[in-house]
Structures are given as structure tokens and as C-alpha cells.
Design a protein around this ligand. Structure first.
Ligand code: FES
Length: 200
């Protein structure tokens, strides 16, 4: 059984768009993107999916903390998804190759035969949850989140709407405005990180 996958979903360099003839645009605007519902994470235990061109895994530990991480083991590169044997044990993601165990911070916390190497850490994404929907932050070049999501739905009162529903200013940057509008469509359920796939 193969433990690796050949995945290259990014646009090839020669096809990537350019701005002003020089600056390369990121493949997606920065922002919070829908990943999965908590209900589906709890039901499936371990989810693997393609999200914004990346292979990711999603799971939840016993305390309810959700982790969204790249589906590649930092030890020797095994895929971590359930299709190739990745599984959740006591809230930890267990690599199917050598059994390294990762907690929801992405840190390797145990191995079958030796102390856990501190350098073994998954690439994880910041997450937020609204009404049982889990979102993860996509940052250009790995930048941390630049704005936050509301923790609750707004009630329509003046001054209570989220920065996503009301992008603060066009002059703050057209890319941020586009990102906000893009993410607003995600919140409305038009699309998710897998691509265009839904309508109201
Ligand atoms: S490749 Fe994952 S533990 Fe070795």
C-alpha cells in the first residue's frame, strides 16, 4: 500500500498571473475559508480533502479542539489521510508509516519506539468556528491572520456587522476588498475551499 500521494494542484509557474508585469499574485486572496462543519469532522473522525490546492487533514481532539493541517508527515513524508491509513487515536493523528502521533497543535508528542522529536511538527492553519462551521486562514506566503472573524452572527444593529460583511475601506487595498467579498460568498455558502460547488 502506497503511503504517499502525487499531488501537484498548483498552477504551473508559466501559467500564474502577474501584476504590473512583475509581481506574482498569490493563488488565492488572503482570508478565512470554509473547511468543514464540526458535525462532519466528528462524524468522520479524520477528514482529508483538497483545500485551496493543498492536501489537508482535519480532526478534532477529545477536548473539542479542531486541527487543520497539511496532510504530509514531517518525518518522512507519508500522506496522513484516512485513505492511506491515517487515523485518530486518543485525539491524536497517527501517521500510518511509523506511527508518530501529533496533537492538535501539530506537534509530534509520541512515537512507538523513541522520544518524540521536537522538530517533527505539522504545518497547521489558524482556525475559527462560527455556528459549527470551521474556517481556516489562508495567508500569502504563510502570513498569520490579518483580521478576525466574528464569533457570532451579527444582529443587524448599527456597528455590529463583521469586517467581512463591511470591508472597511476600498483605499485600504483592493486585494483586501476582493478577499473580503470572496470570503463573504464563502460565508453565504456559495462556495467552499474545494471550489465552486454550491448554490443557495
Ligand atoms: S513518515 Fe510519518 S512517522 Fe515516519
Amino acid at each position: 500500500m502506497s503511503l504517499t500521494k502525487s499531488v501537484d494542484l498548483r498552477t504551473s509557474d508559466t501559467n500564474r498571473p502577474f501584476m504590473n508585469g512583475a509581481e506574482e499574485l498569490p493563488p488565492f486572496p488572503e482570508g478565512w475559508y470554509f473547511v468543514a462543519s464540526r458535525e462532519s469532522i466528528l462524524r468522520e473522525k479524520l477528514i482529508e480533502k483538497t483545500w485551496l490546492g493543498e492536501e489537508i487533514v482535519v480532526w478534532c481532539d477529545d477536548a473539542g479542539r479542531v486541527c487543520v493541517a497539511d496532510a504530509v508527515c514531517p518525518h518522512l513524508g507519508s500522506h496522513l489521510g484516512p485513505e492511506v491509513g491515517g487515523q485518530i487515536c486518543n485525539g491524536r493523528l497517527v501517521c500510518p508509516f511509523h506511527g508518530f502521533e501529533y496533537d492538535t497543535t501539530g506537534q509530534c508528542v509520541a512515537t512507538p519506539n523513541a522520544p518524540a522529536p521536537r522538530a517533527a511538527k505539522l504545518k497547521v492553519y489558524e482556525t475559527r468556528e462560527i455556528l459549527g462551521m470551521v474556517f481556516a486562514w489562508f495567508g500569502s506566503g504563510g502570513r498569520p491572520s490579518q483580521w478576525d472573524l466574528p464569533t457570532e452572527p451579527t444582529n443587524g444593529q448599527e456597528g455590529t456587522q463583521s469586517p467581512i460583511r463591511r470591508p472597511t475601506a476600498l483605499h485600504s487595498g483592493s486585494s483586501r476588498f476582493c478577499s473580503a467579498m470572496w470570503n463573504f460568498s464563502f460565508l453565504l455558502g456559495f462556495i467552499d475551499g474545494s471550489g465552486l460547488n454550491r448554490s443557495l
